[in-house]
Ligand binder design. Sequence first.
Ligand code: ASP
Length: 358
Amino acid sequence: MKKFTMYFTNALIALLLSVSIPGYGQTKKLPNVVILATGGTIAGAGTSSTGSSYTSGQVKIEAMIDAVPNIRSLANLRGEQLANVGSQDMNVKVWLDLANRINELLKSKDVDGVVITHGTDTQEETAFFLNLVVKSDKPVVLTGSMRPSTALSADGPLNMYNAVAIAASPLAKGYGVMVLMNDDIHSAHDVKKMITTPVQTFQSPLEGLLGTCIFGEVEFFHKPFGRHTVDSEFSVEGVKELPRVDIVYTCADVSTDLIDIMVKAGAKGIVIAGVGDGNMNAGTLEAAKRATKAGVPVVRASRVPVGAVLIKGEIVDADYGTVSSAELNPQKARILLMLALLKKDRSREDLQRLYIEY
Ligand code: ASP
């Protein structure tokens, strides 16, 4: 009887400890992570596991979570389906919905991190947009896949597992919005899709990887570049749409009337995907000057995937009223300009400051 009482007392102490000390015994308290699904190849399905043809955005989030072994051992998970599109169809409305929902979720002390499943074609754009308008230092991680869910060696399940591990990790606080693909953690500022179809397509060629996550083991190498999230001056609270900003892709002998056509069609800002160091032919440069004089800002980025555009290079921005995109590629430079133009009458100098700081 004495022995039984001793066992009983020990069991009771163990139970009380496991409830009151996190990590003691079996019942460790898991972080709470919400997965917001938007579609993409990670939710894609094809008719053959070895064929290259498939359709994006076919599988719903609950089925995607259930397909990842052990993912529920990382966090208490909840999924929400915000959209189910190939990210070539991503748009400002979904961006605003995502930003508002993430800000709402992360305000709650019951949510520790957010994962977004997203197509890879425009993933870097959504990541950069959110990096500027999410108002929390809790982890926000985008992930996707290059192979559809039905493919042999689909990369989606492990990407999702690792993304949840990052969102659940206390180490990941304060890194801004991240992209997890193929074991690599990228900052939203730096990440680029560099190759059309293989799993190693995402790279951060200028600033380098933020870290890695290998079978759920998170490691960071350095802090991200630029202002973001809680340190960002941008907000989309109450915003229903963003100003139209168009991109002009340049090449040898590019048509010189493109900027005028875009401005006439209603563009409030223009980004040039210039050649080399943000250069363009003489006619396009004159059109850029005309646009800036008429109050339509023109930002010079480059079609070259890696490198900064110099403020004083072959083109000196002050001579044409233009602005350099610094390290941002044309598609991210466009997002910064769309957000910047929510505030009226920004000077050229103020716009240039934004490209230097963000
Ligand atoms: N077109 C697809 C998308 O962006 C490609 C992918 O997800 O990898 O949704």
